[in-house]
Design a protein around this ligand. Structure first.
Ligand code: PLP
Length: 391
């Protein structure tokens, strides 16, 4: 291809034909000045809306002080963010990195180290689930239970087994296999917005506890208030040993983290894991302002009110149309199973109505409003969906 026709950016994404240049609250603007209602939230990342004032202010202050110093030094904002995460979760210590894949990478390394430290295990074995998504690095794609993510990248990292999600049989297999750890999403996000059954997940957590199997939850998409509580695990009455976070943690500034219980975290002794950028002053300032706001303001109450409102509207809509087969998810992580390619609705909403949402697999429309959305925006969104589904 002649050089001038070749995009200078690699072709790894199927992108919408839209260049976004500005955002505020629930809206974004493209380079032509068109405004869109953004119910995609940068894939469950801009949970406080775009450019939230509390985070912007904190960042602006930090920008004139210190950007980076490496983890050879103490970083006050990192320590404060860790403290807030620990105070508001069942975990005791935090490791910071820069993305979701890196967070799961850290969780997987920690599981291996913990098994070696405590049970002198030489073979690593981690159970994950079919249709899961855990990231795109070699280890996290190997942990992902989807053929299409593996394709072209063999040999995969050995030591992963994929069991069927929400399947009672899988519980027996976990008990028999006694792996080092299980890693799973409490709602499979990329896999089609599929929530874990309450009974299944509680039984799985008991099996793990009784058999010294680490219970690790990937809350990269479900965390930071997305499902109505700070973390989704709170709604299942379980206590994971390791929680991985990223997306909503920094309101769009790249940051990832794992929170672990003390006896597990201990295995990450000095020199065993690290990251140059991980938890740097800018990222953890954004994270601290974000989490403080989630914990101390009424934003979660608003998210729950709006979730109830949107779910009620969607339920009505689903009853009035044959196009939508199922409504599923939790809080403001919402999936609509449709009988046509989901992308058709996504494209029509964007092109004709200036409303943005995304897909989760071929036949699931994924709706991710900011937790700060309001009734007017929700009404507009529901009105547009009504037109899309001709109900
Ligand atoms: C997005 C996501 C990841 C990967 O996060 P990246 O920041 O893209 O590496 C992993 N797990 C889940 C559940 C996710 O939603």
């Amino acid at each position: 291809m002649p050089k001038q026709l070749l995009s200078p950016v690699m072709d790894t994404y199927g992108r919408f034909p839209l260049a976004l240049v500005e955002g505020k609250g629930s809206y974004v603007w493209d380079d032509q000045g068109n405004r869109y209602l953004d119910y995609s939230s940068g894939i469950a990342t801009c949970n406080l809306g775009h450019v939230p004032e509390v985070v912007e202010k904190a960042l602006q202050e930090q920008l004139s002080k210190l950007w980076h110093c490496s983890n050879l030094f103490h970083i006050p904002s990192q320590e404060e963010l860790a403290k807030v995460l620990v105070e508001n979760s069942c975990g005791d210590q935090v490791f910071f990195c820069n993305s979701g894949a890196e967070a799961n990478e850290a969780a997987l390394k920690l599981a291996r180290k913990y098994a070696k430290d405590n049970f002198q295990k030489e073979q690593a074995e981690v159970i994950t689930f079919k249709n899961s998504f855990h990231g795109r690095t070699m280890n996290t794609l190997s942990a992902t239970g989807q053929e299409k993510i593996h394709q072209g990248f063999t040999p995969l990292t050995p030591g992963f087994s994929f069991l069927p999600y929400n399947d009672p049989e899988a519980l027996t297999q976990v008990k028999n296999m006694k792996p080092d750890a299980v890693l799973l999403e409490l709602i499979q996000g990329e896999g089609g917005v599929v929530p874990a059954d309450y009974k299944w997940i509680t039984e799985l957590s008991v099996i793990c506890k009784e058999n010294d199997i680490l219970f690790m939850v990937d809350e990269i998409q479900t965390g930071m208030g997305r499902t109505g509580t700070l973390f989704a695990y709170e709604q299942y009455g379980i206590e994971p040993d390791v929680i991985s976070l990223a997306k909503g943690l920094g309101s769009g500034i790249p940051i990832g983290a794992i929170i672990a219980k003390e006896h597990v975290a201990k295995s990450f002794s000095a020199g065993t894991h690290g990251s140059t950028f991980g938890g740097n002053p800018i990222a953890t300032t954004a994270g601290l302002a974000t989490v403080n706001h989630l914990v101390n303001s009424n934003v979660l109450d608003n998210a729950n009110e709006m979730a109830e409102y949107i779910w009620a509207g969607l339920t009505e809509l689903v009853e009035a149309t044959d196009t939508v087969k199922q409504l599923r998810g939790k809080g403001l992580l919402i999936g609509l199973v449709v009988d046509k390619p989901a992308i058709e609705f996504v494209n029509e909403a964007r092109e004709k109505h200036n409303v943005l949402f995304i897909v989760a697999g071929p036949n699931v429309v994924r709706i991710l409003p900011p937790l700060t959305t309001n009734k007017d925006e929700a009404d507009h969104f529901l009105q547009v969906l009504k037109q899309l589904f001709h109900s």
